[in-house]
Design a protein around this ligand. Structure first.
Ligand SMILES: [Ca+2]
Ligand SMILES: [Ca+2]
Ligand SMILES: [Ca+2]
Ligand SMILES: [Ca+2]
Length: 425
């Protein structure tokens, strides 16, 4: 009986000893899942603003940046009317041709007089419900119509030609910058009218102000009947801005030096392709066998997606790996609406013992691979969405740096959220 107890105790201690030894020899590892989410607020338009009242014989100019694929729309009331306004076609004026050449010169022929369809027309310059004479805003007989070209209205009144009232001149100031001037030339003719405070917007394929043949918005009605441009402009401005996808990228777990980028060091050809063209495909080959690199892969397909693609607002990439104390994670993903910018970060995967978890976005930075000269964000002709092919643009010194090019970018924390979940093994 005694013997059995001693034997059992011996077995127990042996097992205890063995399991302790095993714990000592085996490094505690962690399993990690990283999620990179594009949290940018989607914007329908690129830029927007207001125009002032333009009296006969005067003009108003405004400037903006735009890229290939951008259009200009604007609207300004023909004041001596009930609800007429000047504007281009509902899809706007295309600012670059297919070859990427900017539109310049006198483009008055692209501007038309529209009827908002919201107030019954009276004789131009005489109607008692027209802005200069009406008792207050929104006075006049409801028309219950649609936005259509005045030439299609047939209201029986005669109107001055567009060219007798205004001219529109577009200048290209170099790079991605344009200046547009609306001239009120009605002082030279027999019918004089102010052009009311208006609105402008730079956009992609869209009908931001109205759709020809459809009912006008209440904000357009205010602009067209009363020259009230605040509500329509505020809506456009709030819905305009720089928004970017993020491209497929690369991650690595390592112990020694960052194998993907180092500030002040030359970009590798693989980093150049990642940063300029969103193409990380060179990394699996070049990271293979690098000293201190323990694991790595590229991330290419958005969660829930079927094939490699950038992540647009609301979308995310995710990847998983195991690591042990002393390991760091690095990853990089291209800011797509740029020439060669990427967001990267280095994360210590174990801090004071347990594997890290949580939101690590504050540890990320916006870097410039310095392999291609930066253009205006979201408009440059050599940036990935608009360039004629990969690796197109003017080269620069190639030494990775924090971005410092004088352009405004949203804070990293307003564009991405990167979070880590982990468990100790
Ligand atoms: Ca009307
Ligand atoms: Ca009116
Ligand atoms: Ca650059
Ligand atoms: Ca490029």
């Amino acid at each position: 009986m005694k013997k059995t107890v001693y034997l059992s105790m011996a077995v127990f201690f042996t097992v205890l000893l063995l399991s302790c030894k095993e714990d000592e020899e085996m490094n505690p590892t962690g399993s990690f899942t990283v999620t990179i989410q594009n949290i940018s607020e989607g914007k329908a338009y690129f830029d927007a603003g207001m125009t002032d009242v333009i009296l006969p014989g005067s003009n108003y100019s405004f400037s903006f940046h735009a890229g290939k694929g951008h259009y200009l729309s604007f609207a300004t009331m023909f004041v001596q009317s009930n609800d007429l306004f000047y504007a281009p076609e509902d899809t706007g004026i295309e600012l670059y041709n297919a070859a990427g050449e900017p539109l310049t010169g006198d483009v008055t022929g692209m501007v038309h007089l529209w009827d908002a369809g919201t107030e019954v027309n009276q004789e131009p310059g005489f109607g008692s419900d027209q802005a200069p004479r009406q008792s207050g805003p929104d006075t006049g007989m409801n028309e219950n119509g649609n936005v259509i070209l005045l030439v299609d209205v047939n209201d029986g009144f005669s109107y001055p030609s567009d060219q007798e009232i205004l001219s529109l001149v577009i200048e290209h100031d170099g790079g991605t910058m344009f200046t547009v001037t609306i001239n009120n030339v009605s002082d030279a003719g027999s019918f004089q009218t102010p052009l009311a405070p208006g609105t402008w917007v730079v956009h992609g394929e869209a009908q931001p102000l109205f759709s020809s043949g459809a009912v006008a918005s209440g904000d357009l009605e205010d602009l067209a009947e009363d020259g009230i441009n605040g509500p329509i402009s505020d809506g456009l401005i709030q819905n305009s801005g720089f928004v970017t996808p993020f491209a497929p990228g690369v991650w690595a777990v390592y112990t020694m030096s960052n194998p993907i980028y180092s500030v002040g060091q030359s970009s590798s050809v693989d980093l150049e392709s990642l940063a300029e063209d969103g193409d990380p495909s060179g990394f699996p080959g070049s990271l293979n066998g690098v000293s201190g690199v323990e694991s790595f892969d590229i991330f290419t397909t958005p969660m829930g997606g079927a094939s490699p693609a950038p992540i647009f607002p609301g979308e995310q990439y995710t990847f998983e790996f195991d690591a042990q104390p002393g390991d760091k994670l690095v990853f990089a993903t291209m800011l797509v609406q740029s020439n060669d910018l990427f967001i990267g970060g280095v994360i210590d995967l174990f801090q004071n013992g347990p594997p890290v978890s949580g939101d690590i976005t504050s540890q990320l930075h916006l870097y410039d691979a310095m392999t291609e000269v930066n253009e205006y964000p979201g408009a440059g002709i050599n940036q990935a969405p608009r360039q004629s092919g990969p690796d197109t643009g003017t080269s620069e010194n190639g030494m990775v740096n924090l971005v410092n090019d004088g352009f405004d970018y949203p804070a990293v924390t307003d564009m991405l959220r990167v979070s880590v979940t982990s468990r100790q093994n």
